[in-house]
Design a protein around this ligand. Structure first.
Ligand SMILES: C[S@@+](CC[C@H](N)C(=O)[O-])C[C@H]1O[C@@H](n2cnc3c(N)ncnc32)[C@H](O)[C@@H]1O
Length: 213
């Protein structure tokens, strides 16, 4: 999925993926990320409230989001005035006390740009990417994360040939293949009642995995 596609969605306010509150599985399982302060990588972060929740729990959030307006919206909505600096070609870092968001393509964000990260929170990020991109995405995250990092991964799974992704359905088998060599445990799940799934008459399951690299 091209970044232009997402930029258009943000521009038109078609952001049904934005929950506007803490994700239920993050709320239940945040302790799995380890004791704060971790530096938690939140790839494809949008302006999710989950970042404010992680920061309120003492973590430092390291988000990456391609659409700069989403990054600006996060800080504006939390009445924060971030410091802004250029950190790479087409990448700007917005930093407040506990949240640093990189406005740029996740694939262009190297370890030297994002700094050390030792936990992962991926919600609606892996599933935003098509099957040909997902292996490269997970391999890239693994170049950024410290050894033995812990993570929470929140995905969607559904069966439908008519539903127009994203989000893409991602099965437990695929996650085990993508994170081969890491410990992957499905820890929670529930029906997901998003408007697009409802309109399409598709029953989707939102599933949460604990990952340890
Ligand atoms: C489905 S949304 C999920 C946002 C957030 N995780 C949430 O739960 O609300 C996917 C986000 O990834 C961003 N995105 C897509 N491709 C990206 C890329 N290559 N690098 C960084 N961000 C990207 C999009 O702009 C969009 O905000």
């Amino acid at each position: 999925m091209e970044i232009d596609f997402w930029a258009q969605r943000w521009k038109e306010g078609r952001i049904g993926f934005h929950e506007g509150k803490t994700n239920v599985f993050l709320g239940r399982h945040v302790e799995r990320l380890g004791s704060p302060p971790r530096r938690v990588l939140v790839p494809l972060c949008g302006k999710t409230e989950d970042m404010a929740f992680l920061a309120s729990r003492g973590h430092h959030v390291v988000g990456v989001e391609a659409v700069e307006d989403a990054v600006k919206a996060f800080f504006a909505e939390h009445e924060l005035s971030p410091a802004v600096r250029e950190v790479g070609e087409h990448i700007r870092a917005y930093s407040s006390e506990r949240v640093t968001l990189f406005a740029g393509d996740v694939f262009a964000c190297t370890q030297s740009i994002v700094g050390e990260v030792d936990a992962l929170y991926d919600r609606a990020a892996l599933v935003a990417l098509s099957s040909d991109v997902r292996p490269r995405y997970v391999a890239h995250l693994r170049t950024l994360l410290a050894p033995r990092s812990k993570g929470l991964l929140v995905t969607f799974d559904y069966t439908s040939s008519s539903f127009d992704p994203p989000p893409y359905p991602v099965s437990e088998d695929e996650i085990r293949r993508l994170y081969a060599g890491a410990s992957v445990t499905a820890i929670d799940e529930g029906p997901f009642d998003g408007p697009r799934f409802r309109e399409a008459g598709v029953t989707a399951t939102e599933r949460c995995y604990a990952i340890e690299l």
